[in-house]
Design a protein around this ligand. Structure first.
Ligand SMILES: [Zn+2]
Length: 332
């Protein structure tokens, strides 16, 4: 378990804290008395252990590509493509159960006390979606909330089925719309309104990947049409002051994932993340790693990187962490 003591990076020969500007370890030394953390945005298939992935790949006689990990500026499409390699060895309920359990262990070790894990059960075809969801819940074993993801571009009927699955499983705390819109998609964001409305009726939480370098209008659509209570990424929020007002009025929590944003190229470096300006504008924000494996970042490291943004200070960091705990979905 992570010791709740001041850690002196570098001086004890451990890994130095990642710098805000490069995302790479530096020789900077700093104290890091992080309080218990919340992580509300962690994808199951992007957050498994390397050893587990290697073992599963061997079982499937699959050779892992050398360039599996995310890299700076790779773009969202290429980043999303990396998941297919992992998913190919993560089809069976047993693998889903194991990965879900290990993510909970790793998060606890990292000092995370409020955790939500998300995934798209329809991408795991080793069993029916209900059995895949149950496997994830068994692995989690009440240590985290589970969010089920519909995907931009797929039929809204898929999300409708996920909501009905969630209705009978209180361990599922929320739904999400993940991935990103593409020009060839038959379905647009508003087409998912019915399942999100049904989720609201059932007391299931709603979050949406929106404005990940795309127009801030997506955030308005997600709130007004999908009844989103949280927004994943939302990096362009400040482009539209009316959307900022809406986010503040409705007390929407933005799940900021700065390292992921650097990898998908929507910001050049963590230091450029608008997070401090959001806080200044009265927006509730929490800090999340998105994909601990693919982005090679833990929740505590992500918070350290945010703490290193020039406009940040300890008081604001504490506020971000508190918003993370407060923003967790609770089944009603
Ligand atoms: Zn995400």
């Amino acid at each position: 378990m992570r010791a709740r003591i001041l850690r002196f990076w570098g001086a004890i020969g451990g890994r130095s804290p990642p710098a805000a500007d490069t995302g790479k370890p530096t020789t900077v030394q700093m104290f890091s008395p992080l309080p218990p953390l919340a992580d509300l945005h962690r994808h199951l298939d992007g957050s498994l252990r390397l050893e587990t992935l290697t073992e599963l790949a061997e079982q499937h006689r699959q050779v892992l590509p050398r360039d599996l990990m995310f890299r700076r500026g790779m773009g969202l499409d290429e980043a999303l493509a990396r998941f297919s390699v992992i998913l190919s060895v993560l089809q069976q309920p047993a693998a889903v159960r194991r990965v879900a359990s290990e993510i909970c262990e790793d998060a606890a070790e990292d000092g995370v006390t409020t955790l939500e894990i998300r995934f798209a059960p329809q991408l795991h075809r080793g069993a029916k979606p209900a059995a895949i969801v149950d496997a994830a819940l068994e692995g989690i074993n009440r240590r985290a909330g589970l969010i089920l993801c519909g995907l931009y571009g797929e039929s809204p009927a898929v999300l409708t089925d996920l909501v009905e699955l969630a209705a009978t499983r209180t361990g599922v705390v929320g739904i999400d719309l993940a991935g990103g819109p593409a020009s060839g998609h038959q379905w647009q964001l508003a087409d998912y309104a019915a399942p999100f409305r049904r989720a609201r009726e059932l007391g299931i939480g709603r979050t949406v990947h929106a404005a990940e370098g795309r127009p801030a209008r997506e955030i308005r659509d997600a709130i007004e049409q999908l009844h989103a209570q949280r927004i994943g990424h939302g990096t362009t929020l400040l482009d539209d002051p009316e959307v900022v007002d809406l986010v503040c009025q409705q007390e929407i929590t933005i799940e900021a994932c700065p390292t992921s944003n650097v990898h998908t190229g929507v910001i050049a470096q963590v230091a450029d993340h608008p997070l401090p300006a959001w806080v200044e504008a009265g927006v509730r924000v929490c800090v999340c790693p998105d994909n601990t494996f693919l982005s090679d970042v833990t929740a505590s490291e992500e918070h350290q990187r945010v703490a290193a943004i020039p406009a940040m200070n300890g008081t604001v960091l504490d506020q971000l962490i508190a918003w993370g705990h407060q923003g967790a979905f609770k089944r009603q």
